[in-house]
Design a protein around this ligand. Structure first.
Ligand code: PEP
Ligand code: MN
Length: 361
């Protein structure tokens, strides 16, 4: 599906630096904290937008919920000191109005707000007739339609300086990430709307500073526009997200480490070689599709046979044997167990669907 958004040309409103870095503290805590952070993270000239949370959507009550409206002035002053536009999170119409009154340059909508169309519509209504860039984070649930819906509502209010931020998704699965990246979702969004600038927020995906470089590099390798990275002069004393904030020197170290790759290498030799390899991939994919088709034709026969003999579709022992045997085969040829399990799951679901259809004929 193609997503029809009216997006202003990014060269007109986004920094031309690549990648575009949005950085600053998770929360604005005091006038001094945001000013010092701003000064230190801008020494090397890599940051394009200063961020700072003013109203913090905390999962549990009795946590630090942000300094509120008085912090807007501190954030704006810090931005003025280092000559950078400033950005903060808005979750309702009151936040939008306070930001506009205090000269905040960029707004973002947080993951806990994107899930709620009522809140998004309230923000959109407050933005009617206003010309300000708005960044929309993905919803906490892995539902691309909520993300798309939020972008559409904000865009319909007349905001054409629009961008998306991928910050990962809540998940019950144990993993090393705070929020599972599920990279396929931002890639799908890119496919739906190639003109929409797409950023990554490695801080909230990683949840821990040790993983930030890895996530940042991956985002750049997926050709994202830029990164939102939380930074703090003293992360250990931070009032929110202490584990994931980088010190200004760690941020600096990260910039030194990131590898920026080109969209293509330009040379004819590169293009020819890539084309050759892609031709092989095209052939292999065709073979795979034909094999799947043959496999499903047999499945249909199995379904008919089970139906004639009044036997259940699911045969647990057979399924267990398949899983064990295919894992073994995959390991022998160096394919990851996770990949083969996911692939078998999809094949199995389709096999069950086909057999169900046959049985209900
Ligand atoms: C944040 O950026 O500090 C924040 C609360 O982000 P998210 O909405 O991604 O949780
Ligand atoms: Mn945060």
């Amino acid at each position: 599906m193609r997503l029809e958004l009216n997006i202003a040309n990014k060269n007109g409103w986004l920094s031309q630096k690549t990648p575009i870095i949005i950085s600053g503290p998770c929360s604005v805590e005091s006038e001094d904290q945001v000013l010092q952070t701003a000064k230190e993270i801008t020494k090397s000239n890599n940051v394009s937008i200063l961020r700072g949370g003013i109203w913090k959507p905390r999962t549990r009550p009795n946590s630090f919920e942000g300094v509120g409206v008085e912090g807007l002035k501190w954030l704006k002053n810090a931005g003025n000191e280092v000559c950078l536009p400033v950005a903060t999170e808005v979750a309702n119409a009151e936040h939008v109005e306070a930001c506009l009154k205090n000269g905040i340059d960029v707004l973002w909508i947080g993951a806990r707000t994107t899930v709620n169309p009522f809140s998004i519509q309230e923000i959109a209504d407050a933005l009617k007739g206003v010309d300000i860039p708005v960044f929309v984070k993905n919803p906490i649930t892995p539902d691309i339609n909520l993300w798309v819906g939020a972008l559409e509502r904000i865009n319909a209010a007349g905001i054409d300086k629009l961008a998306a931020i991928h910050r990962g998704f809540s998940s019950f699965d144990k993993s090393s990430y705070r929020n599972a990246p599920m990279w396929e979702i931002p890639i799908e969004l890119k496919l739906m709307c190639p003109d929409l600038p797409l950023f990554c927020d490695p801080s909230h995906i990683a949840g821990d500073k040790d993983l930030i470089a890895y996530v940042s590099q991956k985002a750049l390798d997926l050709d994202m526009e830029g990164l939102m990275l939380e930074s703090h002069t003293n992360p250990l004393a931070a009032k929110s997200d202490a584990k994931q904030q980088l010190t200004p020197s760690e941020l600096e170290g990260l910039f030194g480490q990131l590898i920026l790759r080109e969209k293509d290498a330009g040379s004819e030799d590169f293009i020819n070689k890539l084309e050759q390899l892609r031709t092989v991939i095209d052939e292999l994919d065709e073979e795979l599709i034909n094999k799947f088709s043959s496999r499903m034709a047999i499945i249909e026969k199995i379904g008919e046979y089970k139906s004639q003999n009044n036997v259940t579709i699911l045969q647990l022992e057979r399924w267990e044997k398949i899983l064990a045997n295919r894992s073994f085969l995959a390991e022998k040829v160096g394919l990851s167990d996770d990949f083969i399990k996911k692939m078998l799951d999809i094949i199995h679901q389709e096999s069950i669907r086909i057999q169900t259809k046959v049985m209900n004929k």
